[in-house]
Design a binder for this molecule. Structure first.
Ligand code: SF4
Length: 432
């Protein structure tokens, strides 16, 4: 789960970065810290969630030297450091820059890219080259520096997992081609595979041109007519840049529910994966994951569902042993853990808006494995909530309100006012 913060966070502690459109985009970064109740907060973008062991070490150093000794995973596969002294901003930026985690100061908050975590590991196509190319193109585009920290790119290997996350621009691998989706539209454009990253950037730049007047931060915020104009603009640009190879628009409905990789071994032990209870990792857990990565594929992949995939290859007994060790350290190594699917925002005491300590409450209510994920929020903002179908538990002045969410639809189930046992029972019933 994510250690989240409000989208419109107040009180930024600015140390640089691109100019803000209208001053409303207060998404934190590493150069622009956010002031939370437990100290300053930095969000480190990790495109595709992919970290080398060396970069993971740099984050470990940063969390230990400047932060509260924990690393928090976000719903976009990024890392948050909390409890920072605001005076550390310069030293933190220096450390991350030296590790290659801050390749462009102007683009640091625009590098929001999620990618299918198992790409290339279980028979699906690898995405590494497209990820690197897209990140490089974003960092090389002067226009892209003004993308908001909320704008999201997704690279899907064809299985539909990150396609379901409702990114602003999604590239889907499809044989020798890529499909380009803009916003949540069911219509996609087919482009030659090698042109995919360029087409994704082109779509983001078309969005920025269209958003200039409306002030929208995301594609879904554009009025319908303007959104249609963006699609027409992108189509014309594709025809101009890749000619006849830009196929006609076609229908490919967006998956409504994402299926995260279940913890355990994958693809005959090409990789192993763990989930992270409430998305919080201690320094010791992070160190153990990094050491495991260094011994095998030298890489960690942070998933948008607060899990971590460690690519191998592993011999079968090595995978089992590595999972046992990670499980003993408190990480989730099998889908039958009671913690599977349980998430919560940062809540009290880290966030002043929270009406209670939702992480503690989520822990108290952990029970049988539920069919649906559950997400606890300390207030109606629901920072870092899941997508698709899930159970929403939000603290209100009247009690804990439980709802069943399916996409945009929210069906209230109960409001619980009478203590932890009743709350746990109601949440378990809603998830069943
Ligand atoms: S209490 Fe509200 S504002 Fe604070 S982290 Fe939770 S959902 Fe976000």
């Amino acid at each position: 789960m994510l250690a989240a913060m409000p989208d419109s966070a107040p009180s930024p502690l600015s140390a640089g970065g691109p100019a803000l459109r209208g001053g409303g985009d207060a998404c934190p970064g590493t150069l622009r810290l956010h002031r939370a109740d437990d100290g300053a907060l930095a969000r480190v973008r990790v495109p595709g969630g992919v970290l080398s062991a060396d970069r993971a070490d740099a984050l470990l150093t940063a969390a230990g030297r400047f932060g509260d000794g924990e690393l928090h995973l976000t719903s976009r596969g990024n890392v948050q450091l909390r409890g920072l002294d605001a005076a550390c901003a310069g030293a933190l930026a220096e450390l991350l820059t030296a590790a290659g985690l801050l390749p462009s100061a102007a683009h640091e908050r625009a590098r929001n890219i999620v990618a299918s975590p198992l790409a290339g590991l279980d028979g699906s196509p690898a995405l590494g080259h497209r990820l690197a190319e897209l990140d490089g193109l974003v960092c090389g585009s002067a226009a892209a520096a003004s993308l908001s920290g909320r704008f999201l790119f997704a690279l899907d290997d064809g299985r539909g997992d990150v396609d379901a996350l409702g990114a602003d621009v999604t590239l889907i691998a499809a044989g020798d081609s890529c499909l380009l989706r803009i916003g949540a539209e069911d219509e996609v454009f087919r482009v030659p595979g090698g042109e995919g990253p360029r087409a994704a950037l082109l779509a983001a730049e078309a969005f920025l041109r269209a958003a200039r007047d409306s002030g929208a931060w995301r594609v879904k915020d554009l009025p319908d007519g303007v959104r249609a104009g963006v699609r027409a603009d992108v189509r014309a640009e594709l025809v101009r840049t890749v000619g006849a190879a830009a196929g006609p628009a076609m229908r490919r409905p967006r998956p409504r529910t994402a299926t995260p990789p279940a913890p355990g071994p994958y693809g005959s032990t090409n990789a192993i994966g763990v989930d992270v209870p409430l998305g919080r990792l201690t320094l010791a857990q992070w160190r153990l994951l990094t050491e495991t990565a260094r011994r095998y594929g030298n890489e960690l992949r942070l998933t948008p569902w607060r899990g971590i995939v460690v690519p191998g290859p592993f011999a079968r007994d090595e995978a089992a042993e590595a999972l046992r060790t990670l499980g003993a350290a408190g990480l989730i190594i099998a889908p039958d853990s009671p913690w599977t699917g349980v998430g919560a925002c940062i809540g009290h005491p880290g966030c002043a808006k929270s009406l209670s300590d939702v992480r503690a409450e989520a822990g108290t209510a952990v029970g049988p494995v539920g069919r649906l994920p559950v997400y606890w929020s300390g207030c109606e903002r629901r920072c870092g909530h899941p997508h698709g179908e899930w159970i929403d538990v939000v603290v209100t002045p009247d009690g804990h309100r439980i709802s069943h969410v399916r996409g945009e639809r929210r069906d209230p189930q109960a409001t619980v006012r009478n203590g932890p046992a009743a709350l746990a029972a109601a949440v378990a019933a809603a998830r069943a």
